[in-house]
Design a protein around this ligand. Sequence first.
Ligand SMILES: Cc1cc2nc3c(=O)[nH]c(=O)nc-3n(C[C@H](O)[C@H](O)[C@H](O)COP(=O)(O)OP(=O)(O)OC[C@H]3O[C@@H](n4cnc5c(N)ncnc54)[C@H](O)[C@@H]3O)c2cc1C
Length: 456
Amino acid sequence: MDSHIIEALKDIVGAERLETALEERQCYSYDGTGQEYVPEAVAFPDTTKQISRIMALASASGFAVVPRGAGSGMSGGSLPVAGGLVLALARMNRILEIDEANQLAVVEPGVITGNLGAALAPLGLFYPPDPASLKFCTLGGNVAEGAGGPSAVKYGVTRDYVLGLEVVLADGRILETGVRTRKGVVGYDLTRLFIGSEGTLAIITKIILRLIARPTASKTLLLLFTDMHQAVALVATLLKEQTPSTLEYLDNTALNLVADKLPFPLPAATRAMLLVELDGDPDSVALQSARLNDFLDSRPEILHRQQAQSPEEVAALWQARRCVSPAAFTLRPHKISEDVVVPRSAIAALVACAEELGHRCRLPIFTFGHAGDGNIHVNIMLDKADQEEVRRGREAQKALFQEVIRLKGSLSGEHGVGLTKAPFLDLELSATSLDIQRQLKKLFDPQNIINPGKIF
Ligand SMILES: Cc1cc2nc3c(=O)[nH]c(=O)nc-3n(C[C@H](O)[C@H](O)[C@H](O)COP(=O)(O)OP(=O)(O)OC[C@H]3O[C@@H](n4cnc5c(N)ncnc54)[C@H](O)[C@@H]3O)c2cc1C
C-alpha cells in the first residue's frame, strides 16, 4: 500500500485512527482459527460516511478491504489473506435506537452482542441469538456469519432477527435494505443475501433487529448418561414432547474438560450430558417442567437428573458450557474446529463417526454443541508442529465432511466457510450453485476487493 493511499486514508479517518506500525497491525492479523496474516494498515472508522469514502478509494486504487468485528470468527473470515486494509469496526459500537413500541433496535455493527442483551433486559425486551462468544463478538460479525447459539432450538438464529441493514458497497455507495416492519416483501430480499455473506459482498454499517418480549422465568437441568449414544438418541424423542429453549450436548471428553467448573460433582459413571433449559412466564415454565419431568421419569437410560437450584448454579453451568471450546487446548495445542449440522435424527450417526475417526486417525476428537438443532461441534485436536498429526487431522476433517453430506447435513451451521472450509465447498454445493454465487460476488464486487480469498 503506497504512501499516497496511507495519506488519503489518514485524511478520511484521522491520523490517530490509522495504524501502520507492525506491532499494531499484528493485533489484527489473527482470529479464532489461530492463523495469521498481517494487514498493511488498520483503519478504525466511526461513521458510514468514512467507510463509504474508504471503499471509493479502495475501488479507485484496487487495494483489498477486510471488515473485522472482534476477530472471534472460527473460519478465518476476518483474516487479510491478500494484505490490504483491515477495517476494524469495533469503534462503531453505539446502540442507536431501541423502539419499545415496535420491538426493534437499530445498532452499529461493532456493538458487542451481550451488551445489546444487557441494554434490553431492563425494558423487558429480548434479542435471543446467543453465540457462546457473546461477551466479546460483535453484532456485525454475527450478521456476517449468520451466528447462532444454544437458544436457536426454540428462537432461531441471527438471520431470523434481522429486519434490515445499511451497507456500503465496493464502490462506496450506501445501500439500505429491508424494513422496520414485521412484514415486507417489496423487491428481492437483499437483507438475507448479506446475512451470512462473511464480509465478502459489502460492509455492514447499521443493523435493524427484531426484538421479542423477554421470558420472565426459566428452569435449567442437567441430564447425565453413562453412554453418549443414549444422550444423543434422547434428543429427537425429547423434542417431540416439547421445545426447550436450550438442548446442549457434551460428550465425555468435553465434560472432563470443564468438570471442575460445574456446580455439582458428577457421578463417576457419567459419560455424556444434556443441558436442558425451559423458559417463558412462570406458569408456562411450571407446566413445561411438569411435562418434561413426566417424560424423563419414563426414561431409564438417564443416569442422573439434576436441576439448578439458584441463579448462581445456572450461571456456573453456562460458564462451564462456554468454556469447553477454550479448555480444549489442554488436550493439544491446536484444533480443527468444525460446526457441522445434521438432521436431528442423524446426530447419533454423526457422533459415532467422530468417535470412529478419533480411533482411526489416532487423534483426540470430541463432540459437543447444539444438539437441539443438530449443530454439533466436532473438535479434532492436534499439534501443528507434528506434520504427521496435521496429515491425520486433515484426513479426519475430510472424512467427517463426507459423512455429514451423506447424512444430508451441512458443513457449517454457524461459523461460515471463510478460509477453512473453502476447499470443501463442492462437497455440498452443486456446480450451478457455485456458478451463481460467484456471479453474485462479481456483481457486488467486480474488482474482488472486499475480503478477497474467502468462501470460493
Ligand atoms: C470461544 C468461542 C465461542 C464461539 N461460539 C460461537 C457460537 O456459539 N455460535 C456462533 O455462531 N459462533 C461462535 N463463535 C464464532 C464467532 O464468535 C462468531 O462467528 C461471531 O459471529 C464472529 O463475530 P466477530 O465480531 O468476532 O467477527 P469477526 O471474527 O471479526 O468476523 C467474522 C466475519 O464477519 C465479517 N464481518 C465482521 N464485521 C463485519 C461488518 N460490519 N460488515 C461485513 N462483514 C463483517 C468478517 O469479514 C468475517 O468474515 C465462537 C467463537 C469463539 C472464539
